[in-house]
Structures are given as C-alpha cells and as structure tokens.
Design a protein around this ligand. Structure first.
Ligand code: 4AD
Ligand code: MG
Length: 463
C-alpha cells in the first residue's frame, strides 16, 4: 500500500494536524544551521513546497549532511500547524531516507532563475522547475477538460490513425513512413521507388490531421472528436510552430458554419474557465513570474463575445493600414501574423473570420454560391493569431470531386472519403484546435517549445 501522502493534500488541509505523515519528493532547497535544518520539499502534486523542520540531535539531522538540492527523499514526521506565515502546515521531521543523491557540483538546476532557453537544453530535468511543473499540470488539466467538455455534450472520442496514405490538408508537408532501405530502395521499371514493396504496400506518411477520418465518424455517430498527435514537415522555425503537435478535431453532422463557430467559441471559453478555476496556484505563479496581465487576459476573453466577420470585410480594414505592414494585403492574399494581430487589436479581443477565398484553403471546404469563397472559419486570438482553423465541409459529391481534380489532389488516395458523399451525405462541419496554441494562450508563454514536454522542431529531436 502507498504509505505517503501528497504534498498537495497536506497543504490543502485534507489531513488533520497533528498527525504522523510520510512524504516523498525532491529537495528544492536545504538550509542548514547549528540547531535546525529546513528542507523545502516538492513532489510535483502542486507548485507549493512543504517545509520539513529537522531538529539537531535526530537521525534525520545527521542524514541532512548528505542532502542537497535535487536529491530525492522519503521523510517521516509529525504534521503540525506552521509557525511561519508562508505555509499552513509543516513537518517536524525525525526520519529521512535518501532515495537518490544529487551531486551539488553537477546538478544543473542548482540555482534559481535559469533562462527558458537554457531549460530547453535540459528538457529531461526542466519538469522539476516551478515553471515547467506549472505548465505541465495546466497541460494535463486542459487535456482533461477537453474530454470532459465533449463527453458532457455527447460527443464520442474517436482515434484517427497516425500512419496514413493521404494528405488531409493537401499541403504536402509530410514525414514519410517507410521500412524501405534509404541507400538502396527497390525501383520500378521507370526508376521511381517501388512502394509496392514497402511495409504497407503503398507510400505512407505521418498524419497532418485526423479530420478526414473524423468526418467518417461524424457521418455515423453524429458528433465525434479526435485528440491526437499530428505532424508537419514545414520548415518554419517560429515560436508558434512545431513539427509534432497535438490537435483536437471535433466533427459534427448537421452543423453549419454558424453552429461550428458557436461550438468553437463555447469550447474555448469552457477551457479557459476550467483553467481559471482548477489551476489557480500555477496560473498565479506564471502571472507573477512572466506575464502580469495573464489572468486578466484570460478572464477578459471568457467575458467577450468573439467578433465575427468575413475575410472580405477584414481585408477592407487591413488594406487601410497597408503602409504599416511588411506584407501588403489585398483580396486573395493569405493573412500573416501581423494582420491577425492587427485585427485582434482592432476589435479588442478574439475574432472569427469566415468565407475565405477558395484558393488559399483546403479542398474539402464547402464552396459558396459566389464561386470564389469557401465556408472556412479561423479563430484568431490575442497574442497567438490563429488558434483554430475549420470549415463547413463540401458535402456535394460533384463539387468535391471537381475541387479535388482542380487542386491536383490524388483521388486514388481519397476514394473512401469521396464515397461518403455518395452514400447518405449530409451537411457537416468541424474544426481543429492546436493544443499547444491553446497552451500558449493559457500559460502566457511566448514560445511553443515551452508548452510541450519534448518539442520537435527543425534540427531538434533530442530527448
Ligand atoms: O488550420 P489547420 O491546418 O487545420 C487543419 O488541420 C484542419 N484539418 C482542422 C479541421 O478542420 N479539423 O490546423 C488547425 C490548427 C491551427 O489553427 C493551429 O492552431 C494548429 O492547428 N497548428 C499548429 N500548431 C502548432 N504547430 C504547427 N505547425 C501547427 N499547424 C497548425
Ligand atoms: Mg489553418
């Protein structure tokens, strides 16, 4: 049986003092003096440490000589109401066992105040810092809240495949999956690589999106969502792009683009409220250390109605400001970060843009009657830019087929997707929320490498 109590539950008063308790965790600091030693112990259950008070004359006091920052220990003693004003309870510790020593000369987290850049280089140890403990606890809470949100709404969690033969976004930015020899691959008569001999008997890649499979689910189960890793081999070394990121993709039968926007707005507000209610200590820490406006910003977004407007109206606003942009805007251009920021500032909060030109969006989006635009929607957030991308889907077989051919998408890879438009097709919609973009917003971090435990970016796959 587990003999120890989590530090979180001790500090929350779930165990009545005075009482004998056991805690296990990692030493954050140790202060030695002649009569008494103090250890601040953290076990990851909360950002807060519990104070161990070790009096001279006890066995534990002698063992303290071997203990330094980073060591892992088991501590036993009497939980008492604390004398100091910084903590509610502390432990008068009479027994310590060292599970793992930590060499004070070599432990990289000896001092406080390391830069985030430095901590990225020691991603194996950075979870032990206050900052990354906070971020990863919030990350867990957001993942949990996503499942709770959809479950409460009667959505089903569907697992889309990670290895696929199709390019869901039609952007061609895929990592190949193969067991063929790179030095000497089998070739066909015309000299090209013979994927018939590959593991799956065809060319495959890591998925860029679970959407196409989610659509198959929606056309049977009604409302579904996927939540899994996605991979993009785009060589963009920016603070907002990862080569491996997690995406939440709900897909809903009988939803039009307006229902889709309503759901996206409701979900984002739910998630942010969940963080405000359930991650208080961690958010307060991040607010204090990194971003004094974080909590206010989170609250303000949940209180606002997201501004909705068409791409065409947005371009009109942006064109008036063209002289200040590095990339000039005119109807048909893809919007850059600077334009998204401008719109969000202009409207003082989140913005949802709809009806984009079809040439800058994916093949599956529902075409509007004007022949020029598609029923796309992007949700733009303060600080982040695009946090969600989605659309109503083209449910008409002929129109979808025409678009696939027009855009040169490989129809042989998508026969099953096209099939759903032949058998019981229906209006449906969905979107994709970038999980790490959400995490950037909720934590106030400015680099996406700092909100995922082990970031994958160009030239970086350590750990
Ligand atoms: O806009 P995207 O490319 O849309 C899709 O993949 C659709 N299949 C979604 C759907 O309709 N089911 O990506 C969706 C979101 C973006 O808005 C962004 O938040 C995030 O995924 N994203 C990235 N996040 C981190 N790193 C990258 N390289 C990302 N690319 C997209
Ligand atoms: Mg997008």
């Amino acid at each position: 049986m587990i003999e120890h109590t989590s530090i979180k539950s001790l500090l929350k008063g779930e165990v009545k003092a005075p009482q004998n308790v056991v805690v296990k965790g990692w030493v954050r600091t140790i202060r030695n003096s002649k009569n008494v030693n103090f250890i601040a112990l953290n076990d990851g259950s909360t950002i807060l440490n519990i104070q161990l008070v070790i009096a001279a004359g006890t066995d534990a006091f002698v063992i303290c000589e071997q203990i330094s920052t980073g060591a892992c220990i088991r501590a036993e003693g009497l939980l008492v109401d604390s004398q100091g004003k910084n903590q509610s309870v502390e432990i008068q510790c009479n027994n310590i066992e060292v599970y793992g020593h930590s060499d004070p000369e070599k432990y990289p987290l000896q001092k406080k105040g390391h830069t985030l850049e430095f901590l990225r280089e020691i991603a194996h140890l950075r979870p032990r810092t206050n900052t990354f403990g906070a971020i990863f606890r919030i990350r867990h809470n957001m993942a949990f809240a996503i499942h709770q949100f959809f479950h409460q709404k009667g959505f089903f969690y569907m697992h889309s495949p990670i290895i696929t033969g199709s390019d869901a976004e039609g952007a061609g930015e895929m990592f190949k999956v193969t067991t063929l020899s790179l030095e000497n691959p089998p070739r066909t008569n015309d000299g090209s690589i013979n994927y018939m001999e590959d593991f799956f008997g065809k060319a495959t890649n890591l998925t860029v999106s679970g959407q196409l499979e989610a659509e198959l689910g929606a056309l049977a189960l009604g409302n579904v969502y996927t939540f899994g890793p996605t991979f993009r081999a785009e060589n963009s070394n920016t603070p907002r792009h990862l080569a491996e990121f997690w995406m939440i993709e709900p897909e809903m039968a009988f939803y039009d683009i307006n229902d889709n926007m309503d759901l996206a707005e409701e979900m984002l507000k739910y998630l942010i409220n969940f963080a405000l209610e359930n991650c208080k200590d961690d958010l307060e820490f991040l607010n204090q250390m990194y971003d004094k406006e974080l909590i206010e910003r989170l609250k303000s977004v949940t209180a606002k109605t997201f501004k909705r407007l068409t791409y065409t109206d947005a371009v009109e606003i942006l064109e008036k400001n063209n002289k200040e942009f590095e990339f000039k805007v005119s109807w048909g251009t893809d919007l850059q970060k600077e334009h998204e920021n401008y719109l969000v500032t202009h409207f003082g909060g989140p913005v949802i843009l709809t009806n984009y030109p079809k040439q800058i969006k994916a093949f599956y989006m529902k075409q509007n009657e004007d022949g020029k635009t598609v029923r796309a929607m992007d949700v733009l957030f303060p600080w982040i830019g695009e946090i969600i991308g989605g659309s109503q889907r083209e449910d008409n077989y002929d129109k979808l087929y025409a678009r696939i051919t027009e855009m040169g998408v490989d129809e042989d890879e998508l026969w099953w997707y096209l099939d759903t438009r032949k058998f019981g097709s229906c209006p449906h919609s969905g979107f994709g929320l970038g999980f790490e973009r959400l995490m950037l917003f909720v934590t106030g971090m400015t680099n996406i490498r700092d909100v995922i435990p082990f970031p994958r970016t160009p030239k970086n796959a350590e750990f």
